[in-house]
Design a protein around this ligand. Structure first.
Ligand code: AMP
Ligand code: MG
Length: 418
């Protein structure tokens, strides 16, 4: 199950930019090969395994875009209104009757096939019926108006969905429009998740005075599931090299990725590094990112390991920049670059040059209608409330030194990060 080129994560180095990290991951992680077939209704969020080209044109036949009257545009006078006898009626789902007769109109409804020869439809709102039951058509309608030609959406045979697409509801709709009932997708990747720390207990277990409930593990599991992974929740490992090593080694073969949180700084009680080194290989990626401390990257028996820091906000931000691209790459998904939306800063902020920083922020509508980002008042990387009470992150690039109110900054809504 080796899905990494051997030295994939062997980039200790001094400081790595976020883009470098993402670049290394995208270039070196190879996707799982196995595919499976799922029913259309189960395909949302899965990664398409093979390209899909259109087996039929969309729409499959030329049809009316409105309720109205179909005509031949060449029968219309250059100027002035004209009255045509109405011969025939076509509802959606009915075959087109005979070809349209010159100088006649056919009553037609949205989605109904155009009769042969007709090329234009007058909307029923734009016409009236005269005393003889003829339809009076105004002048000035463009030939071809209100008609949806076969294949105007997607021509038959054209590329429609590319392998690697992380299927969204609209992609599933497209497959359905082609009449497909099942889709070939990559199998879900299997991710093992551990928390580490003697201070942690699982919710539901008795908590001693100096302990806290493990929250990161549940955040990570939820984020991984949103990315389509199958997750093994492996609980909490104690800050102890031998038991950490044993726990990690046990799960390596059966998973595509091992994810841990906590224990990766360089304190005396941070044992993840030593544990991984005893059963595999490990480097610390010192990423130029705040919040975030070193992220541990390693390989145990061919299975990649990512060790995230323990402070919840650092866990969240490093997940987005390291785990997300790794999971997408392993799963066979095309990388989905994170694109910030420009908004106006309503705060001032000083930062270190050459480091990318993320500011937890809320969006609000300013009096002039512009979208403004306000900064969460406190900065600690341990504040879960700072993630819960905000809408997303303001991304401040490496080159920025400070932010002044009124400046344009890039905003990332939380939903766009998963
Ligand atoms: P560490 O990275 O292990 O030094 O942990 C940094 C901080 O994050 C400490 O205050 C830990 O108690 C806290 N922490 C570590 N892991 C978790 C977790 N799974 N859930 C909540 N807080 C954690
Ligand atoms: Mg710890």
């Amino acid at each position: 199950m080796a899905q990494l080129s051997d030295d994939c994560f062997a980039f200790g180095g001094p400081m790595m930019s976020v883009d470098e990290a993402v670049g290394i991951i995208a270039a070196r992680v190879t996707p799982v090969r196995e595919a499976e077939t799922v029913a259309l209704a189960q395909a949302d969020g899965r990664i398409l395994a093979t390209d899909i080209s259109a087996p039929l044109p969309l729409p499959p036949f030329t049809n009316s875009a409105v309720d109205g009257y179909a005509v031949r545009s060449r029968d219309l006078p250059p100027r002035g209104e004209v009255a045509f006898a109405v011969t025939g009626r076509i509802e959606a789902g009915e075959p087109a009757v005979a070809a349209i007769q010159p100088g006649h109109a056919v009553r037609i409804f949205t989605g109904a096939p155009m009769p042969d020869g007709a090329d234009t439809v007058f909307m029923q709102e734009d016409v009236r019926i005269d005393g003889d039951g003829r339809v009076v058509l105004p002048e000035g309608l463009r030939p071809g108006a209100n008609v949806r030609p076969a294949g105007e959406d997607i021509p038959a045979g054209s590329a429609a969905l590319a392998a690697g697409q992380r299927l969204r509801p609209q992609d599933v709709a497209l497959a359905a429009a082609f009449g497909l009932t099942q889709i070939d997708v990559r199998r879900r990747i299997r991710v093992a998740v551990f928390s580490t720390g003697n201070e942690l207990v699982s919710p539901g277990a008795p908590r001693a005075a100096a302990q806290l409930f493990d929250s990161n593990r549940f955040m990570l599991i939820a984020m991984l599931r949103r990315l389509g992974s199958e997750v093994s929740d492996l609980g909490i490992l104690r800050d102890e090299r031998a038991s950490l090593a044993e726990g990690l080694k046990k799960v390596a073969g059966a998973h595509d990725l091992i994810l841990t949180t906590g224990g990766v700084s360089t304190g005396e009680e941070d044992h993840v590094k030593a544990a991984v080194e005893s059963v595999g290989r490990l480097v610390l990626w010192r990423m130029a990112i705040k919040p975030g401390r070193p992220v541990a990257m390693g390989i145990i028996g061919g299975t990649p390991l990512i060790g995230l820091p323990g402070n919840p906000v650092a866990t969240f931000v490093t997940f987005v920049h390291v785990v997300r691209p790794t999971v997408l790459a392993l799963a066979g998904a095309a990388q989905q670059p994170i694109v910030p939306m420009p908004v106006r800063a309503a705060f001032s902020y000083k930062k270190k040059i050459s480091r990318r920083e993320y500011v937890r922020a809320n969006l609000r509508r300013a009096e002039d209608g512009a979208l403004e980002a306000t900064k969460f008042p406190r900065e600690g990387a341990g504040l879960l409330s700072s993630l819960v009470e905000t809408d997303g992150l303001v991304e401040l690039g490496e080159e920025i030194r400070k932010v002044e109110p009124g400046q344009t900054v890039g905003f990332l809504g939380y939903a766009s990060l998963m």
